[in-house]
Design a protein around this ligand. Sequence first.
Ligand code: ATP
Ligand code: MG
Length: 511
Amino acid sequence: SHNLYAALRAAFPTDLNAVAVETDEGLHYTWLDLERSTAMVANLLKSLDLPNGSRVAVQVEKSVEAMILYLATLRAGYVFLPLNTAYQSAEIEYFIGNAEPAVVVCSSANFGWVSKIAFKAGTHHVFTLNDDRTGSLLDRASHHTDQHTPEPCKADDLAAILYTSGTTGRSKGAMLTHGNMLSNALTLKDYWGWKKNDVLIHALPIFHVHGLFVAIHGALINGSKMIWMAKFDPKRAIANMAKATVFMGVPTLYVRMLAEPSLTRDAVKNMRLFIAGSAPLLIETFAEWQTRTGQTILERYGMSETAMLTSNPYSADARYGKQSERRGGTVGFPLPGVSLRVRGDDGQDLPVGEIGGIQVRGPNVFKGYWRMPEKTAEEFTADGFFRTGDVGKVDERGYVTIVGRSKDLIISGGYNVYPAEIEGYINEMKGVSESAVVGVTHPDFGEVGVAVVIAKPGATLQPEAIVAELKSKLANFKIPKKCFVVSELPRNTMGKVQKNLLREQYKSLFA
Ligand code: ATP
Ligand code: MG
């Protein structure tokens, strides 16, 4: 059978009484606890007599029990559908209406309005699960046995539907299979050199590919303990490093830890690996981390539709030569088994170093978008490559660099302007912390760039001076026609800059 839970279970250590998860609140879950509790929840789900392929939609605060519910859903052969805890009624109505789950799990506090939405969408079972181990899901599960045989699955049976982060528009449900996720977990175990005694600090939300798949599968498939942080806190994360070896974070987590004086070489001396992804890691953060800790962040790239696609090497990657190392500002090499190519607007392969659309193929690439057959067909090429929607290039040594998203590309007077290029120059200027360049409509040029810039604490920036400095360095068609200095950029929960909101805000500037 290809049941993903069965594969993770097979990797548990022989001593099932060892600690598998240790929480902030001082709770210790053994491997046996995970095995028994997932069996009980799986038996509860089985007792509901759900049709094959039923979705289990879950919007709850992060807890070990929420992870147990995920594993139990896999184990029972149903389809896990996690929802961002920030979503409110309009969003939940859309997702539940769209996914038509057979089971909905929410917090007791939200039960009133969530259950109303669920029943309207035809859901028969609504359970509650809170982050203090209370709620009807666990009450009901406690009446079931702790013996359960994982449901036999085919590799291409659905395991999860992951809604994308909605950075470029409305979220789409990416349908991932047991086979997609197992292949990716095994590849990363090998590529990142997971070791027997590794301990992972789990500090990410678990409704997203990074925290749910990369982190949880990574630890479990290696039989490694997790230090479980319900909420990220930079001071506590740094304190946890004394007893951990691996950390995974979105770039904002690294920025927040760098602001802590307790982040020193000594604090990280037990750590083996720092991994970043989900959004671009500024080269400045990469360099500062190196100076402060003596360790080099490993940046990787992936998405809901494909799990992980590329990664900087843990140690030299034999495919790319003895000199291959982790390079800031790049997302490394295509993972073993992943084919990656860069294509131009007319579908032609581009030469080394040229910027175009990134396309990928591999055992990790999803089955398609849930209930969007046209969209799915549009995003796959005739030879089976998925159009990621990301724009980038591959250099002569094989390193992939993400330059931005095709939706963020600015076409000004007929010329392509890549926001990331302009942002790179602005970020290097004195007193600049970060920036975002977006395109807005313009009567003469079709579109022009607008730069939105954040100053470093204590620095004062003149928008005109920023534009003037760009003019001295770059072709005129690339120069933003307007620059604003603001106090922060709009970001979603994964730390991604929401350029759609900026475009909306500045859309009438020249209209
Ligand atoms: P939507 O598809 O709804 O617009 P989204 O693409 O942000 O949202 P996710 O699937 O969560 O949703 O994120 C995947 C995207 O995140 C990638 O396509 C890429 O643009 C970005 N990303 C991930 N890792 C990196 C990285 N290391 N550097 C730059 N961008 C990254
Ligand atoms: Mg996307």
